[in-house]
Design a protein around this ligand. Structure first.
Ligand code: CO8
Length: 260
């Protein structure tokens, strides 16, 4: 297995577990974390034995308390622009084609909340706290927070969180639709891995297409989205796994997937 500076990566059968591992900084996201996550997600996508991933934070306190403020405090504005600072999250993390779940323990603030929202879905510990406190630092979200939060929870709550910088607990986050469900903190990882094992048992191409389809809903109008859905559905009917899945149903047995 590859070793990384700021994250831990472990394969449990078909599930890749990625753990943000800078607990002394509440797993704040610096350039090295981005480089490590980029490599880990690329390796996950490329490894046909791996079918679902889970991302979580080490330590009890935080998933990630934000982008690393110490890395940004003295950085000249021109460098943020010239480096197109934060653009690597799109190409290195969001571009992952296979499914992954964020298991959020403790603080998910600023870039931490934004990273969780890059996941296909979020499972929250009852201790989870979400927020976009960038305004208190004189800035604003820069890794998708304003856009993904507004789409996830609507204008009222997205404005409320971005303008006040307050934290939102797990219950409120679930009511608002930001997280798929809440579990007791001690069971968070087991529950997330249970979901990942189930997802990993699905036909792999269908899994990737389902992910792509739902994401298209956030990128396009309804008519174009529905057309794209039908086309992707029609393409899946050409797979060996479609024939196997439907035949297995008719024969009242479990499907055995070829992944093509
Ligand atoms: N960056 C760097 N270090 C951090 C961060 C962070 N985001 N968050 C916490 N740490 C460090 C602390 O500095 C501290 O280190 P040390 O022990 O060396 O002083 C250690 O983690 C533990 O933190 P605290 O002692 O503060 O722990 P508390 O339990 O007292 O408080 C909090 C926990 C409330 C989470 C608190 O740490 C906090 O408010 N953190 C910052 C949260 C935040 O503002 N996040 C948003 C960051 S900005 C961002 O994500 C996007 C930036 C958008 C664009 C910017 C362009 C310039």
């Amino acid at each position: 297995a590859m070793t990384y500076e700021t994250i831990l990566v472990e394969q449990r059968d078909a599930v890749t577990l990625i753990t943000l591992n800078r607990p002394q900084a509440l797993n704040a996201l610096n350039s090295q974390v981005l480089a490590d996550l980029t490599a880990a997600f690329a390796a996950y996508d490329a490894d046909a034995t791996q079918r679902c991933a889970v991302l979580t934070g080490s330590g009890e306190k935080a998933f990630a308390a934000g982008a690393d403020i110490k890395e940004m405090v003295d950085k000249p504005a021109a460098d943020f622009f010239l480096e197109d600072f934060f653009s690597g999250w799109q190409t290195g993390v969001v571009a992952t084609r296979k499914p992954w779940i964020a298991a959020v323990n403790g603080f998910a603030l600023g870039g931490g909340c934004e990273l969780a929202m890059m996941a296909d879905y979020i499972i929250a510990a009852d201790t989870a706290k979400f927020g976009q406190p960038e305004i208190k630092l004189g800035v604003a979200p820069g890794m998708g927070g304003s856009q993904r939060l507004a789409r996830a929870v609507g204008k009222a709550k997205a404005m409320d969180l971005c303008l006040t910088g307050r934290m939102m607990g797990a219950e409120e986050a679930e009511r608002a639709g930001l997280v798929s469900r809440i579990v007791p903190a001690a069971q968070l990882l087991d529950e997330a891995i249970k979901d990942a094992v189930l997802i990993a048992s699905m036909p792999p191409m269908a899994t990737m297409v389902n992910k792509e389809m739902v994401n298209i809903a956030f990128e396009t109008g309804l008519a174009q989205g529905l057309l794209t859905e039908r086309r992707l559905f029609q393409i899946l009917t050409a797979t060996e796994d479609k024939k196997e899945g439907m035949t297995a149903f008719v024969e009242k047995r479990a499907g055995v997937w070829k992944g093509r």
